[in-house]
Design a protein around this ligand. Structure first.
Ligand code: RNT
Ligand code: ZN
Length: 429
């Protein structure tokens, strides 16, 4: 069954009514739409291939406590397929897009190039694609899916030779991110996430953390010719992973300490905390001390941190916090989830559109009004207005945003994905 498109007249008419309703509360819907449209969201390439990467090494399955489950047909297995799929997804998502790639998406031809030898030229195809489509790139060194990560330790590894390999990879990654920045005329985020940790109680939780500080310091010292305005470094904490249930070296406290004493910024992944712990309350705390942070937009379920993002309370709370703290321009936004059990392009689109919805929803918050009620001690008035906002005609503003952005309104994007699936994905081996 095809989805019935809404006539443009109907979208505009509904929008005008919504605009008046929001204006009565002091909210400018036109402004919310233009602001949402200019805030960049980085699309993660790894949703398209189940975090597999393009290295030829056999057994390069994801390790390090992250895992994409499912075997829905049509997975991308070459760089060209992945870029085509991403572009298809991007065309169905409103707003300003960036693309986020990992080091193991290097294209090195027939020669295999190990991670510590990677250079910007190994990402030439990504950079050309980026330029052609006006989609700036972000970068991530890949500290998993590699024989030297098999023990579960990388930058905190006790073996100096192994540790130095990963230090060289980290430094090489910063050079690549800087090359991206030069290519695209805007900074590139270089996000460090390492899997290091242990399944059960370590006898020594201390030495790996001491080594990890030293490793990062060496990475930054070794690549100190890289301009930190162009390559923006972030470090991503985690509470536990699959196989590292008891101990993760790069914990939240660890990285908070590191970023408060070094020039890099923290990355908060929405799925990297205790299952009942959300990140929204952390934003106003960390941003007192740091100018910026990176958010990995994700959705945890039980012990998995990376389900497809949905327009849920958690997501709304994050964006409302940023709006209420006037901090939307102090965060970098990047998607991070992977689901191999459904159409992967639909997964991208669902998660990215949900994120765009949360952003727009937050921009329609009557922040001034709510905060003045609170200042006057009118707690009931504040709560009543917060509740009232939940039944405002948000949908009409969202539809108008999609229309203005020239992306499908309503569910019609799904027909495009199904058509692409029939034409392209089903034909893949
Ligand atoms: C893993 C981290 C990390 C990865 C990607 C692939 O728990 O969230 O960000 O998901 O780098
Ligand atoms: Zn993440």
């Amino acid at each position: 069954m095809k989805n019935v498109p809404l006539p443009t007249d109907a979208i505009n008419e509904a929008y005008l009514a919504a605009k008046r309703a929001y204006a009565d509360l002091g909210v400018d819907t036109d402004k919310a739409i233009t602001t949402a449209a200019r805030i960049p969201l980085s699309l993660h390439c790894w949703q398209g291939d189940d975090v597999h990467g393009l290295e030829t090494r056999s057994g390069s399955e994801s390790t390090g406590g992250i895992m994409a489950t499912g075997n829905y047909p049509g997975v991308a297995r070459t760089g060209d397929q992945l870029r085509a799929d991403m572009l298809q997804a991007a065309q169905l998502i409103p707003g300003t897009k960036r693309a986020n790639i990992h080091a193991f998406y290097a294209e090195t031809g027939r020669r295999s190039v190990d991670r510590d030898k990677l250079k910007p030229k190994h990402f030439a195809r990504w950079m050309a694609w980026s330029k052609k489509h006006g989609i700036p790139l972000d970068f991530n060194p890949t500290f998993f899916a590699h024989p030297l990560a098999a023990s579960g330790f990388t930058l905190s590894h006790p073996d100096e030779k192994v540790r130095q390999f990963w230090i060289r990879h980290g430094a090489a990654s910063r050079v690549i991110a800087q090359a991206f920045a030069d290519n695209q005329n805007s900074p590139s985020i270089c996000n460090f996430w390492i899997p290091d940790g242990a399944k059960d109680f370590p006898a020594d939780r201390w030495s790996p953390r001491a080594r990890l500080i030293d490793s990062y310091d060496q990475i930054f010292a070794r690549s100190n010719h890289v301009n930190s305005q162009r390559c923006i470094d972030s470090v991503e904490a985690k509470l536990f992973g699959i196989g590292s249930e008891e101990y993760v070296v790069g914990s939240h406290e660890f990285y908070l300490g590191y970023t408060l004493t070094r020039p890099c910024i923290p990355c908060l992944d929405m799925g990297h905390f205790h299952p009942t712990e959300a990140i929204y309350d952390k934003l106003s705390a960390i941003l007192q001390f740091k100018s910026h942070l990176l958010i990995h937009v994700s959705r945890p379920i039980r012990w998995d941190s990376d389900h497809i993002v949905l327009f849920n309370d958690d997501l709304r709370a994050v964006f409302l916090e940023l709006q209420r703290g006037r901090a939307l321009d102090r965060v970098f936004l990047a998607l991070d989830f992977f689901d191999a059990s459904v159409n992967r392009i639909a997964a991208w689109v669902i998660g990215a559109r949900a994120t765009q919805q949360a952003l727009l929803y937050a921009l329609l918050d009557p922040t001034e009004h709510l905060q003045s009620l609170e200042r006057r001690g009118d707690g009931a008035g504040k709560l009543a207005l917060m509740e009232h906002m939940k039944s405002m005609p948000f949908h009409a503003v969202w539809n108008k945003y999609c229309l203005d952005q020239n992306v499908p309104v309503g569910l019609t994007w799904l027909d495009v994905v199904r058509d692409y699936e029939a034409r392209v994905l089903r034909k893949r081996a």
